[in-house]
Every structure is written in structure tokens, then in C-alpha cells.
Design a protein around this ligand. Structure first.
Ligand SMILES: NC(=O)c1ccc[n+]([C@@H]2O[C@H](COP(=O)([O-])OP(=O)(O)OC[C@H]3O[C@@H](n4cnc5c(N)ncnc54)[C@H](OP(=O)(O)O)[C@@H]3O)[C@@H](O)[C@H]2O)c1
Length: 392
């Protein structure tokens, strides 16, 4: 029975608030804080029970410290942007509160995400007996748990992992991103990266692609990307020989993206505009639809899962574990599209397991470091049922 502070009132934050509000036996009290108070008000007005709301600029650790001291949560769930990860972790250390997020830190002026900045806090969290859980969305998050579950129940060693993320939904806009446009476009315009035989290999952005027949959806073209869970899984899966991440994109999306890149609208360095400095990608974000606004007319499904190959009792084994999620059903339940839903539900489950002491540690952790079974059980109960197929 605990109070939780949710920072960030966007698409994902809204889902977390809905799901925590639906589990009062764990999340006794909820405070939601974000940069724009009106967004907290909009979410608060949709919920079945009352919550506190507040305005905060989470780039400023002093503001987060003051907010935590006022509301006294046991756990801070960071559903704002990766830029705020370190300032919120600092505030948690200063106030003695646990921390959870869904995306690893990246510096605003450099499109480079990696866990080092947050893993470096391990000793400080450990010394204070606090816990930080990183990357507890779907990918990263559930995909890491799928790997831990496969290792526990199906394999002696996992050798190959392909994480495959397909969104076959249609939101009716010519171009929109399913989570924060700035973070999303920074991620997919980077060079591709995968790990094989002990080394990282780089590819030109979106140059490697192949077709996969996604259950419940059908064949889709998927593109190799670098994604943050590769970094932690390489560290935590013994015997791994190769791990890659794939995401599907439609031709319409790719054409828009190419044009935006070609005309300079995805640049993250400031340019002079009529005497003011503006960052083109930040400006682009302001004219694109907000992820939290996409849900109403969204239809179709997502399928995200892991194809795993390795050995069990000296024999080859291949297992596919995935979840299918329906945009319209998510909207009916929590007024959000499936990408926000598939991120927010695992964040709520991670928070629940931390607050109930089922997942407990002192320091900074990734989700694959804990027992996957209680998390897998909660996925089935909380709206993200999964399927496992033993193929070999
Ligand atoms: N692991 C996964 O599977 C996964 C998948 C999708 C997304 N994500 C992550 O989830 C996070 C949220 O995504 P989203 O789609 O919900 O984005 P979003 O709709 O843009 O929401 C972000 C929210 O954070 C708030 N915010 C931004 N800067 C802030 C600051 N300095 N102080 C306080 N609040 C601030 C924003 O406020 P304003 O609106 O006022 O700017 C907005 O309400 C992102 O970090 C994204 O990378 C993870």
C-alpha cells in the first residue's frame, strides 16, 4: 500500500495513471506531475478515482526534490523523456525514493542513448538501499522479460535473439509517430547496430531489411535498428552469440521520413531563424500530432516479440514469444493507442512488483535481472497476454 509519483503526462503517462488507478490495493495514492498542468488535469478527469496533480520541470532536480518532499511517494515512475532520467534519479537519491523508467538516458545535443550514464548510479542507489529499475516498457521491458523467461524455462543457453516489433495499425494521419516524435525520430535515423560473436556491427540507417509473417497481422517488411535492450541483454544473457532488433515501417512513413531528413527537418543542432535559435526536430515535434491524441481513430494491431534460438539438453531449440495488442481495444479501455498501452502497462507492472517487494534489489537494475515469472503472470492479467510457440 503505497503512494506513487508519475512524472510525464503524455501518451504513456496517461496509461500508467489509468492502470495504477485500477489497482488501489497496491497504488494507494497517486500523484501525476508534468511540465504542462493541463495535461495532468485532462488525465485526472478520465480516472475512476481522485489523484493529486502538480506542475514540474523535471530537467531541474531541485523542482523534483521539492515535489517529492511535498507528496512523499515511495516510488517515482519517470514517464517523461529520456533527457530527464538523470535529473529524476538524482532527485530520488536526494530524497531516498525508488525509481523506474521506460527509456535510457540520452543527451539532448547528441542522438546517442546508452545505459552507462544510469548504470554509473548503481553504487549510490545500493549504498542508500534504494532500487532503480530501468527500461520497464515493452521494448525495452517485456522483450527483456521474454528473454529471461525463455532462459529460465526453455534453454540452457540462448545463442540467437531477434526482437521484432510490428505496428500494423492505422491512425489516419499521413505521418505521425507513436511515441514522442523527437525521441522516435532520433532513434530510427541513427545507424543500425547489432551484436554478433562478441562484437558490435554497424549498418547504414534502415539499410538491412527482411519480411516476416507476424501472427495475427501477416507479412510485413521489418528493418534492423539499434535498440537499447540489446546493450543490457548482451551483458545479462550468458552464451549469447547474436542479438538484433527489427521494426516494421510502411512505405508511406519511410517516404515522409526521407523527405524530412533531406530538407533538414530532423536536425538536432540549433539553426538561426529570424534572429532566434531553433532546433528543427523540436520544431517538427510541435507540428506533428501528439502520441496521446492518436488513439481515437486508431485501428489495427501491434505484435512485438522475441524469436530465440539456442540449446536445451544438448539439442537445438527455437522458441517464439509474442504479444498481440489491438489499438481500438486499448482506446476503449484507457483512451490510448496500443504503443502507449504496451509501454504503460509493463511500467505499472514493474511498479507493482517493486512496491509489493516481489522484485527487490539495492542498486540499478534492468528487468531481465529479476525472476520473470511474476511479471509474465501479471502481463496476462493486466491486458497484455502473451503466446509462446516452441518451434524446434
Ligand atoms: N520502452 C518502451 O517500450 C517505450 C515505448 C514507447 C515510448 N517509450 C518512452 O516513454 C516516454 C514517454 O513517451 P510518450 O509517447 O508518452 O511521449 P509524450 O506523449 O511526448 O509524453 C512525454 C511527456 O513528458 C512531459 N515532459 C517532457 N519534458 C518534461 C520535463 N522537463 N518536465 C516534466 N515533464 C516533461 C511532456 O510534457 P509536455 O507535453 O508539456 O511537453 C509530456 O507530457 C519516452 O521516454 C519514450 O521514449 C518507451
Amino acid at each position: 500500500m503505497s503512494k506513487v509519483l508519475i512524472i510525464g503526462a503524455g501518451g504513456v503517462g496517461g496509461v500508467v495513471a489509468h492502470k495504477c488507478a485500477g489497482a488501489p490495493e497496491v497504488f494507494r495514492e497517486i500523484c501525476m506531475a508534468s511540465r504542462t498542468l493541463a495535461k495532468c488535469e485532462r488525465i485526472r478527469d478520465q480516472l475512476p478515482r481522485s489523484i493529486d496533480i502538480a506542475r514540474v520541470d523535471a530537467d531541474n532536480p531541485a523542482e523534483v526534490v521539492a515535489l517529492i518532499k511535498t507528496h512523499r511517494p515511495r516510488l517515482v515512475m519517470n514517464m517523461a523523456l529520456p533527457y530527464q532520467d538523470l535529473s529524476i534519479m538524482e532527485a530520488c537519491l536526494a530524497t531516498g525514493v525508488d525509481y523506474l523508467d521506460t527509456a535510457n538516458y540520452e543527451p539532448p545535443d547528441e542522438a546517442r542513448f546508452c545505459y552507462k550514464w544510469q548504470w554509473d548510479y548503481h553504487e549510490q542507489f545500493k549504498e542508500l538501499g534504494l532500487m532503480a529499475l530501468l527500461g520497464c516498457g515493452f521494448d525495452p521491458g517485456v522483450t527483456n522479460v521474454f528473454c529471461a523467461y525463455a532462459l529460465k524455462h526453455h534453454f540452457d543457453e540462448i545463442h540467437h535473439v531477434d526482437i521484432m516489433d510490428c505496428n500494423a495499425g492505422d491512425h489516419g494521419h499521413p505521418f505521425a509517430t507513436n511515441f514522442n516524435p523527437e525521441i522516435n525520430i532520433r532513434e530510427i535515423t541513427q545507424r543500425g547496430r547489432y551484436w554478433e560473436n562478441g562484437q558490435w556491427h554497424e549498418t547504414e540507417p534502415l539499410s538491412e531489411h527482411k519480411t516476416f509473417d507476424f501472427p495475427g497481422i501477416g507479412p510485413r517488411e521489418m528493418y534492423l535498428l539499434y535498440h537499447e535492450e540489446l546493450e543490457s541483454l548482451v551483458k545479462h544473457l550468458p552464451g549469447l552469440k547474436r542479438i538484433r532488433f527489427w521494426m516494421t515501417f510502411g512505405q508511406e512513413y519511410l517516404t515522409h521520413l526521407r523527405v524530412l531528413q533531406n530538407v533538414g527537418m530532423t536536425r538536432i543542432d540549433p539553426v538561426d531563424y529570424e534572429g532566434n535559435k531553433i532546433v528543427p526536430l523540436k520544431f517538427l515535434k510541435t507540428v506533428l500530432p501528439e502520441p496521446s491524441s492518436l488513439g481515437e481513430n486508431y485501428h489495427g494491431k501491434t505484435n512485438i516479440g522475441c524469436m530465440l534460438e539456442g540449446i536445451k539438453d544438448g539439442r537445438p531449440r527455437k522458441v517464439y514469444i509474442y504479444n498481440i495488442c489491438d489499438h481500438a481495444e486499448c482506446y476503449r479501455e484507457v483512451k490510448a493507442q496500443a504503443v502507449s498501452y504496451t509501454t504503460g502497462v509493463p511500467a505499472m507492472i514493474g511498479g507493482m512488483l517493486m512496491l509489493t517487494g516481489v522484485w527487490r534489489g539495492q542498486g540499478v537494475f534492468n528487468v531481465e535481472q529479476f525472476d520473470p515469472d511474476p511479471f509474465m503472470e501479471q502481463l496476462n492479467q493486466c491486458g497484455l497476454p502473451w503466446v509462446e510457440q516452441v518451434l524446434v
